[in-house]
Design a protein around this ligand. Structure first.
Ligand code: ASP
Length: 304
């Protein structure tokens, strides 16, 4: 029996119109659609959920709009430090990288860690050396320099402000064989301390996948996602409390809010149920299934 594939993506959760540049509206939506198409094509042709997730995330890393890959934000000392993770719901194998700036596609590096080592998380120079040994595309750190994000950084620095935007990207997929996968990629929080690692490369915090429950990718204030094991929390609420995906997702976000944090979660179950929830008012998101394809940004907006 084959399952109908599903791909759900996000490009981060933001607080509202003041954090949103309407001049980029069409570009944002086009990038989300490209990501959906890249990932879904693989799933439609019978490819594994992991491939669908990786392809969808790579597209978002390349577009330079979101906080991942070429759109990565800056640390408080003006550098880019990228994090990513991926998890296979069938085997519960996982891979991740943190604090890198020389590997072109962090999500692919994460997958290599999963497939070629017995480790889960490699950081900094060790991750980069490993990627190089396995033939991953290397870039000069300046590849990640994004003028728009740099201007944003200068402004925040001048006003000694903390970041309010969370434009991390992620994808979750269900493939024709009923397997789930999840992946997340980010430049982290703007103005983060150098060396800071958020939830995105932490399995169970920003990413989780288990074929018996769900695949989850998160975005928001990573510290709260780590402290509540947010992605694992959704899985655990489903597994041990028999909650449905949407209720579990809402509960995980409520647990984050209780601590004073906010953000969003996307997810999918083996039955194809979808989660698209956030507590910030806006979340770049998209869904593609056999029946429909749509993207949306504001939470009161239908997928279209
Ligand atoms: N969760 C990410 C982090 O804390 C930020 C984001 O979602 O944009 O690194």
């Amino acid at each position: 029996m084959t399952t109908k594939p599903v791909l759900v993506i996000h490009g981060g959760a933001i607080y509202g119109e003041e954090d949103y540049d309407p001049a980029l509206d069409a570009e944002y939506r086009a990038a989300l659609r490209r990501s959906l198409n890249a990932g879904y094509e693989i799933l439609e042709n019978g490819g594994p959920a992991l491939d669908g997730v990786e392809a969808a995330v790579r597209e978002l890393e390349d577009c330079g709009l979101f906080d991942a890959g070429r759109g990565a934000v800056f640390t408080s000392d003006g550098r880019n430090e990228l994090d990513a993770s991926i998890m296979d719901g069938a085997t519960k194998k996982a891979g991740a990288v943190a604090g890198i700036n020389k590997l072109k596609h962090p999500i692919t590096a994460a997958r290599k860690v999963m497939e070629e080592t017995w480790h889960v998380l490699l950081i900094g120079a060790g991750a980069e050396k490993f990627g190089q040994q396995f033939g991953l595309e290397m870039v000069d750190p300046t590849y990640f320099f994004n003028e728009r994000k740099y201007q944003q950084y200068l402004k925040l620095k001048e006003n000694e402000e903390k970041a309010k935007k969370h434009e991390t990207v992620g994808a979750v997929a269900l493939d024709k064989n009923g397997n789930l996968a999840a992946g997340t990629s980010t430049g982290g929080l703007e103005m983060k301390h150098w060396g800071r690692v958020g939830d995105s490369p932490i399995i169970g915090a920003g990413t989780y996948a288990d074929n018996t429950t769900c695949a989850i990718s998160g975005t928001g204030e990573g510290e709260f996602f780590i402290r509540t094991s947010a992605a694992f929390n959704v899985h655990a609420l489903m597994k041990y409390r028999n909650m449905d995906l949407v209720s579990a997702g809402k509960q995980a976000l409520a647990d984050i809010e209780t601590l004073g944090g906010s953000g969003g979660l996307v997810g999918v179950t083996p039955q194809g149920t979808i989660l698209l929830e956030c507590t910030t008012g806006m979340m770049f998101r998209g869904v593609k299934t056999v029946q429909m394809q749509g993207v949306a940004i504001r939470m009161n907006e239908q997928l279209a």
